[in-house]
Design a protein around this ligand. Structure first.
Ligand code: WT7
Length: 675
């Protein structure tokens, strides 16, 4: 009998029990941007695609669109056809009559004794304009050109993005924690004319040399056949160079030496077409070279605005803090573009949440009056691990909180709700992807009840389905999981993969396209690559990436289901489940967990974990081993690298782990499991 998983078999059995619903607080509902369920009628399939005009109307256009959606050439869609707009104008200029003196960003440096820098919308206007003037006049950048930004979480990053947007220059932001080589690959693929970087920044309690990566990036890009014309170097402290790496004569320039020449210059924003490219954001899938998610100006911005308003429920007078990095799509949509379009005040935090201690996020929230917190399951688990009682010592007040990036285990969710939200803040669990530009599944926080561990129903105007391996709909409430798909186009979706239309079709549309000749979008469901199950009330629960599904003797198990079970053991704060080869069953699960601080590993804990899995899922899921480890190998964005754990368990070489956030943990785990 073949032990291989059936190719394309997307049906996964689910053993999860339903979690009880939790009602949103009445005070929250009273102040919400949308509490009337009729929004779902406005955005019903009968009103598609014109329903999305509502989001576009949240923006200021130079010229209105004459067609909401041109879907004549699927899966290449054009939204708001004929419309002309500028993203920088929408994020800044249009707020000046009413809100010039309002703070746009509170920049919080990592060192706690360094002063807070607050910048108003008026100041943001001047800084973006002088930067745009410099880029155009000193460096000759024009509409349609590309630049790569390898900048840390400082004000210079959103300022430079908005300066690019003002000129119609396509920005590619590379997460500052990425290596020079990763940056170089993106410079080549995006054909960037400039690399914009910084000498150094604070992270994890240290001042890191960042300029060194620029040299590696340019060398690596040159090997790839493309050399940027110049490298622009901001100094973390203007005038004070803090890198050991010398400046490269004729190529590298200090921004703070040139910028003063452009003081008080104003640059008329370019009138961009709705479908012109605003930026590229690279995603590294499990195979192949990184894909440049190419995002539009009008559709993307409309979708970021609509979801910021209805899902994050942002108001102009909120103080909003998204703890993600701008180097990810979350930061693009929900630190920069969405919140600024709505004219709110945001916190921009340079550092790690545990520097100098895990009280830092709550002190910042208390001091700045943060009332909306946006973070990830991995951050929630890390804060919980460090001490469940810490948030209680601070007097901040959150009205809403968000989680994004991975499924959150119900236990971690409850801690977030009780300890961080103090039982008073609503939680929205937002499911989406780099490719989707904005949220697709989530509760609307004043309309739906919360369900721990479930992202919630599909958002207005998003028609989601769970398909089996034949592409047939799996009915809600059947406890059978499948492949999560979105049946329709939406404005925030990427235009294509940069310079690779075929890969775009192959990755996201080939799997379930019913007729490749068809010019009807209904034949082109978007394949997200996640396993999910829908309960009878329409809420979706994400099981994780389909690639991570474990097939035990023909029985397919989602990793998150087992991991959630591990977290029901109260001392467990993180769990990762991987498949290891087994002679009889093909593969069996193996469990890695990390415990709360100050809890010792013991046989008894291992037994309790095995019992929890037995009780929740059954003998089929019995793990071969339970390994108690100090930490999990994680990507820079906080996702657990199950593939690395799986190779260690299988006694294989985990390959190149240098891009992990914590590569040193790999050897520690290897010694443990391969002894
Ligand atoms: C993948 C996309 C979207 C911004 C950050 C990640 C997983 C994301 C959730 C959630 C369960 C989630 C999915 C998805 N994911 N949010 N709320 N619940 N899973 O962007 O790096 O493009 O990753 O992250 O597996 O496909 P990304």
């Amino acid at each position: 009998m073949s032990k291989e998983k059936v190719p394309g078999s997307e049906t996964i059995a689910v053993h999860w029990r339903e979690e009880p619903l939790i009602r949103p607080q009445p005070e929250f509902v009273g102040q919400s941007n949308v509490s009337d369920p009729s929004i779902f009628e406005r955005f019903s399939e009968d009103n598609f695609p014109e329903c999305f005009d509502e989001y576009a109307q949240m923006l200021t256009w130079y010229k209105s669109w004459h067609q909401t959606l041109d879907s004549s050439n699927p899966p290449f869609y054009r939204w708001f056809v004929g419309g002309e707009i500028n993203a920088s104008f929408n994020c800044i200029d249009r707020h000046l009559p009413k809100r010039a003196g309002q703070v746009a960003f509170h920049f919080v440096p990592e060192p706690e004794d360094a002063p807070l820098v607050s910048i108003t919308y008026q100041q943001l206007y001047w800084r973006v304009n002088e930067m745009a003037a410099m880029l155009r006049e000193e460096f000759g950048l024009q509409r349609g050109d590309g630049v790569t930004l390898h900048l840390p979480m400082t004000l210079e990053l959103p300022i430079t993005m908005l300066a690019c947007a003002r000129l119609g220059v396509i920005h590619t932001v590379v997460f500052s924690g990425f290596s020079g080589r990763a940056c170089g690959d993106r410079i080549v693929d995006s054909q960037s004319r400039l690399l914009i970087t910084m000498d150094s920044y604070y992270r994890g309690g240290k001042l890191l040399d960042h300029k060194i990566k620029a040299d590696e990036a340019v060398d690596h890009a040159a090997e790839g056949g493309h050399t940027p014309e110049k490298v622009l170097v901001f100094r973390r402290e203007p005038g004070k160079y803090a890198s050991d790496t010398p400046m490269h004569d004729g190529r590298d320039v200090f921004v703070d030496e040139i910028l003063p020449r452009f003081k008080s210059r104003e640059i008329e924003p370019e009138h961009m077409l709705a479908e012109d490219t605003l930026f590229l954001m690279y995603t590294s899938g499990s195979t192949g070279k990184p894909k440049g998610s190419q995002h539009s100006t009008g559709g993307y911005l409309a979708y970021a605005a609509g979801t910021s308003k209805y899902v994050l429920d942002i108001h102009p007078d909120d103080v909003y803090w998204c703890m993600a990095d701008i180097g990810w799509i979350t930061g693009h949509s929900y630190i920069v573009y969405g919140p600024l379009v709505l004219g709110t005040t945001s916190v921009l935090f340079e550092g790690a949440p545990n520097i100098p201690d895990t009280g830092r996020p709550w002190r910042v929230s208390e001091q700045l009056g943060v009332n909306i917190l946006h973070t990830s399951p991995t951050a929630v688990r890390a804060l919980r691990k460090a001490g469940t009682e810490v948030p209680a010592q601070y007097k901040y007040h959150f009205k809403s909180m968000t989680t994004v990036g991975e499924p959150i285990e119900p236990e971690a969710w409850r801690w977030y709700y009780e300890a961080v939200g103090k039982g008073k803040a609503v939680i929205t669990d937002t499911w989406w992807q780099t490719e989707t530009g904005g949220h697709l599944l989530s509760t609307l926080p004043a309309i739906h009840d919360m369900k721990p561990g479930s992202a919630g129903p599909a958002l207005p105007g998003i028609y989601a389905s769970i398909l089996d391996d034949q592409g047939k709909d799996i009915k809600p409430g059947t406890s059978v999981a499948g492949s999560l798909c979105i049946r329709n186009p939406w404005p925030g979706r990427m235009l294509t993969i940069w310079r690779d239309d075929q890969r775009f079709i192959d990755t996201y549309y080939k799997r379930f396209c019913t007729n490749a000749e068809s010019s009807d979008w209904r034949d082109w469901p978007y394949f997200a690559g996640d396993g999910a199950v829908q309960s009878a009330d329409g809420y979706y629960r994400i099981l994780g990436r389909l690639d991570d599904v474990i097939n035990v003797a023909g029985h397919r198990l989602g990793t998150k289901e087992l991991e959630s079970s591990c977290l029901t053991v109260d001392v467990v704060v993180e769990a990762a489940v991987v498949a290891v080869p087994d002679e009889i069953k093909g593969v069996v699960p193996e469990v890695f967990v990390s415990l709360r601080t100050n809890i010792e590993a013991s046989e008894e804990i291992e037994q309790r974990i095995k019992q929890a899995i037995l009780d929740d899922i059954g003998p089929i899921a019995k793990p071969r081993n339970v390994w108690i480890v100090p930490d999990m190998p994680k990507t820079r964005s906080g996702k657990i690298m199950r593939r690395v754990l799986a190779s260690l368990s299988a006694k294989k070489d985990p390959g190149d782990v240098s891009t992990l956030a914590n590569p040193e943990i790999v050897e520690i785990i290897r010694v443990l499991v391969q002894k």
